[in-house]
Design a protein around this ligand. Structure first.
Ligand code: NAD
Length: 412
């Protein structure tokens, strides 16, 4: 079975809907996005020519609150990918019981091939193109693949130049523009917390466990750093250029210092080289795919040797891979739980902006762990109660909450 990314997500939604015995009209409403736009994004390139990109914003479901979701820049990004990621955001926000719906945005471009001025121009041009449908109470953006606090500042400035001071239109902003301490690390911190909770539920503890991490961007770096600080042994990490591997554990602080921003892992000297395919097959206690979607599929799933897989990225396993791992007895912790620290941290930042009250990092991290702990317990309990895997349980919690909001609000 080969299906598109959005069909794969709908497959999980359908499974949950069956188990929840959802009414047909609710299933229909949840299966497709509320709104999707595909815009032309023109810029003046540095050589004076006019260049255009395609940009997308998909608002999947807003029954529980304003749409919320990241913005990614990638040469392979297309509307189907953004549609699938928007749907994931709906279920993730509901699972964490946040007052948000789900959305996602993207532009088909390779940031490495653009100058900083061109990247800023593309970001501002895209923001103007979607400004009519975003806003602090309408749709709130955040960083994702290849976007960061600087990109969020450009989005906020472009939007605010039309609408007035509006820090809450984006989260993941620089601290001087309404960002909150803790947000940059929040997704990685959440992945580590959920990994520790899963191990505890299985009768083990994080300290001393051997972790392999694919992806060394915002999520992967912070997972490596925070897990190592809590005693885990980071056996290997990788980025798009390949990975570094030390069977006895990498020197994580040294690696982070050597592989700073803009430095690829193939350029560092720490550890031995390993390819991304080899990395997925390494012997370890926990594998954390934290790069891009569909990293593990029907062709390489059987090579995975980890007994626990924690999805740091969105949809790193195809449904075929998910089935192979489940049949092999692997515990898979789904993306909508594992990487939900990001949107939860964004919720705190949004709250802070709307109330103009600055949170301390300590309060941020305490609340983050409390939200993730509640979500983990709801998933684990349902997994035991209904004898379903963790992904199915997570979708059941999220889908049930959104379905109830749809029922209560009714149709126009
Ligand atoms: P990022 O752009 O900061 O980093 C992505 C990393 O993946 C980089 O190290 C890159 O080199 C690597 N990579 C790219 N292609 C690869 C390949 N083919 N093989 C191996 N590595 C590859 O992105 P990020 O923010 O860390 O996001 C990573 C994943 O986590 C994405 O799926 C994203 O949607 C998800 N996510 C991110 C956040 C967040 O707060 N940033 C929140 C929730 C989920």
């Amino acid at each position: 079975m080969s299906s598109s990314f959005s069909e794969s997500v709908n497959h999980y939604v359908d499974q949950a809907a069956d188990l929840l015995d959802l009414e047909e009209y609710v299933r229909v409403l949840l299966a497709e996005p509320y709104r999707q736009i595909d815009v032309q994004v023109p810029i003046h390139a540095d050589d004076g020519s006019v260049h255009t990109f395609r940009g997308y914003r998909v608002q999947h479901n807003g029954a529980r609150g304003p749409f919320k979701g990241g913005l990614r820049f990638h040469p392979d990004t297309d509307l189907d990918e953004v549609r699938a990621l928007a749907s994931l955001m709906t279920w993730k926000s509901a699972l964490l019981d946040l007052p948000f719906g789900g959305a996602k945005g993207g532009m088909t471009l390779d940031p490495a091939s653009l100058s900083l001025r061109e990247l800023e121009a593309a970001t501002r041009s895209f923001t103007h193109a979607i400004s009519g449908i975003i806003g602090p109470n309408a749709d709130i953006l955040a960083p994702d693949v290849n976007t960061d606090a600087r990109v969020m500042a450009w989005v906020m400035d472009a939007y605010s130049s039309q609408a007035g001071w509006s820090p809450a239109v984006v989260t993941g902003k620089p601290l001087d523009l309404g960002g909150v301490p803790g947000r940059v690390e929040a997704t990685g911190r959440g992945v580590v917390a959920v990994t520790a909770s899963t191990l505890a539920a299985l009768g083990r503890e994080l300290s001393g466990q051997r972790l392999v991490i694919q992806g060394f961007g915002n999520v992967g770096r912070h997972v490596a750093q925070l897990a190592a600080e809590q005693g885990a042994v980071i056996v290997a990490v990788s980025d798009v250029s390949g990975g570094r591997y030390v069977p006895g554990g990498l020197d994580v602080p040294g690696l982070l210092a050597e592989a700073g921003p803009g430095v690829l892992l193939k350029e560092v000297s720490t550890g031995d080289a390993v390819t991304n395919e080899e990395l997925l097959a390494l012997e370890c206690d926990v594998l954390i795919p934290a790069a891009l979607e569909n990293a593990v599929d029907g062709t390489n799933a059987s090579a995975v040797r980890a007994p626990v897989v924690v999805e740091g990225a969105n949809h790193p396993l195809t449904p075929e891979a998910d089935a192979v791992l489940r049949d092999g007895g692997v515990t898979v912790v789904p993306d909508i739980l594992a990487n939900a620290g990001g949107v939860t941290g964004s919720y705190f930042e949004w709250t802070s902006n709307l109330t103009a009250f600055r949170w301390s990092e300590e309060r941020f991290n305490d609340e983050l762990l409390a939200f993730l702990g509640r979500a983990f317990r709801s998933v684990w309990e349902l997994h035991l109660e209904r004898d379903v895997d963790l992904r199915t349980a997570a979708y059941m919690v999220g889908v049930a909450r959104v379905a109830e909001a749809v029922r209560l609000r009714g149709l126009a």
